[in-house]
Design a binder for this molecule. Structure first.
Ligand code: SAH
Length: 538
């Protein structure tokens, strides 16, 4: 039997072979790709509009009639690329995950299974043990207590709720603290997947509970509290109100947000294109004979007839899928994104200066948008001033905890196996390491009213939150309940195993690979939240 694996698998290695210098053809306007009958919710954002090239052109016959594409989405993507030229990795990733038709979270997976668990593609912590969501619930209760136990105005917001298991475990836990439960005004779920939205409604509201649609989203009533639950597709659709106390949870959400990838190259002086007109901070990267420039890695179709062998599918990736339809290629000229994204933080500029040619970098603009949004809700912003910062965001995911920027972390997963991220678009889960330091930077930039704690290892976080004690309580309660001794023993073993797995700090263990980061009201760093070195103040 295959192991059921979390997405942050052991021994992650390069996801893709080095770019082969594919020369893209001139991009055309997005309208043209839309005219091809594509239903792109995203923009295939033409990062390559300025590119030109003469070799290795995409031939129409490669992208449409003759070639067999592995999925309908692969065909759509190839047609779009034949019109626009190679697309940024972020555009590809967004389409693969959330395209209106045929995206991984939006309908590509066959009936009768979803992304999670044994029958799915990967497993997540809330699906491993109820204790995970219970402890997250307790963390928010602790914040509510510490932030003055307001009697109303609390909002629970979850982004990327999967099957709804985490919110269910949190809500059940919060019911044990009636004063907090009564303070909740509304629950918001940000979910791109219509199928998962229904699964969440069934779990949180009941199978028979009606779901209604309005301009602001989908609505139903929570079975625990009779509170309204509102589903939206993005966090932007949730109203920002200065008197609210938002408690925001993001578990394995940020890793699913699309990334751009860049590589630093040396450009001879005579081909020098200014890296950024306002970049006065890194003159040392320019010498009299050459300049260091970031170039974007773009997605284009693989040559027809490619095999895993010709594409050098890395040994760390299973070859159980058909050969990848797409590959990464290095843009031959700067793109819109390569001109500004790698210049948007001193952390990226330092990589260019210190590592120089060959350095690679992944940047997730959507992660910065979400982090900024969380921060503005908690701490206020020029657009939405808040008299008193309040609320908290807890982000649990995988990625470097030492402040380094993710590189080469894009991964594809199918049925608990690493596969090429460019194989079977729409059927393959795509994810990438989360840049926690980038999230912290975006949050504190967006609002003066917040501070960030962590990231800390999941193992440490859960242990301080009392995972051991909670697991023992569950086992003791089961032992006292009715039922056969063998079943009880089996239950106790399962609880112990799940606990161990969540805090495992061995190489590739979930306790070490997964991290927790908290965004809190600014307090001059004087109050550390529980799980991050602090205690509850009551
Ligand atoms: N938090 C859950 C699920 C993680 S999988 C768990 O840990 O079990 C990622 C979740 O984010 C799914 O629910 C998916 O549908 C949702 N998602 C992915 N990309 C999204 C996007 N761009 N906008 C909104 N939801 C998204």
């Amino acid at each position: 039997m295959r192991p059921v694996v979390p997405r942050a698998l052991r021994g992650v290695q390069r996801s893709f072979a080095r770019p082969n210098g594919f020369m893209p053809r001139a991009g055309q306007h997005i309208a043209q790709s839309l005219n091809l009958g594509l239903r792109l919710r995203l923009t295939l954002d033409l990062g390559c509009r300025s590119l030109s090239g003469t070799t290795a052109r995409l031939r129409e016959e490669e992208t449409s009639d003759e070639r067999q594409w592995s999925t309908p989405l692969a065909k759509q993507l190839a047609e779009a690329i034949s019109a626009t030229g190679p697309v940024p990795l972020a555009s590809f990733m967004r389409m693969c995950l959330t395209a209106d038709v045929g995206g991984y979270y939006t309908g590509a997976i066959e009936e009768g299974r979803d992304q999670f668990g044994l029958k799915g593609d990967f497993v997540t912590s809330p699906e491993i043990s109820q204790v995970f969501g219970e402890l997250v619930g307790v963390w928010f209760v602790a914040e509510w207590l510490t932030q003055g136990r307001p009697r109303r105005g609390v909002e629970l917001i979850e982004v990327g709720p999967g099957r709804g298991t985490l919110m269910d475990d949190m809500l059940r836990t919060i019911q044990n603290f009636p004063a907090m439960a009564n303070s909740i005004d509304a629950i918001y779920m940000v979910e791109a997947s219509p199928k998962l939205r229904i699964a969440q409604k069934n779990l949180l509201c009941g199978e028979d509970a009606p779901m209604t649609e309005s301009k602001s989203g989908y609505h139903s009533i929570c079975k625990y509290t009779s509170l309204p639950i509102v589903w939206t597709e993005t966090i932007k659709s949730i109203p920002v109100e200065s008197e609210k106390m938002p408690f925001i949870i993001a578990h394995e959400f940020f890793d699913a947000l699309p990334i751009h990838a860049f590589q630093c190259i040396t450009v001879p002086a005579n081909q020098d294109t200014p890296q950024h007109s306002s970049d006065k901070s890194s003159p040392s990267t320019k010498t009299s004979s050459s300049t260091l420039q970031w170039r974007e890695l773009l997605v284009s179709p693989t040559p027809p007839g490619s095999t895993h062998a010709t594409l050098n599918t890395p040994p760390s990736q299973s070859r159980s899928t058909p050969p990848p339809d797409f590959q990464l290629t290095l843009a031959q000229a700067p793109t819109r994104h390569s001109l500004y994204l790698p210049e948007s933080s001193p952390r990226y500029r330092a990589i260019r200066q210190h590592t120089g040619a060959g350095a690679v970098l992944e940047i997730c603009p959507d992660a910065a948008l979400y982090a900024s949004d969380f921060a503005a809700r908690i701490g206020g912003s020029p657009k939405h001033p808040k008299p008193k910062p309040s609320g908290a965001a807890l982000i649990l995911d995988y990625g470097p905890g030492d402040g380094t920027v993710p590189t080469n972390s894009l991964r594809g997963i199918r049925r608990h196996e690493r596969v090429s991220p460019f194989a079977e678009p729409g059927l393959t889960d795509l994810s990438a390491d989360v840049d926690f330091a980038g999230i912290a930077e975006a949050a504190t930039r967006a609002s003066e009213g917040v501070e960030v704690h962590g990231p800390v290892d999941q193992g440490t976080f859960l242990e301080i939150m009392g995972i051991q004690e909670r697991a023992e309580m569950l086992i003791n309660a089961a032992m006292k309940a009715d039922g056969g001794a063998a079943d009880k023993e089996k239950f106790a073993e399962a609880v112990k195993k799940a606990r161990k797995r969540l805090v495992d700090r061995g190489p590739g263990g979930m306790g070490k690979v997964y991290k927790a980061l908290a965004i809190l009201p600014e307090n001059d760093g004087r109050r550390k939240p529980v799980g991050f070195g602090g205690d509850v103040e009551v």
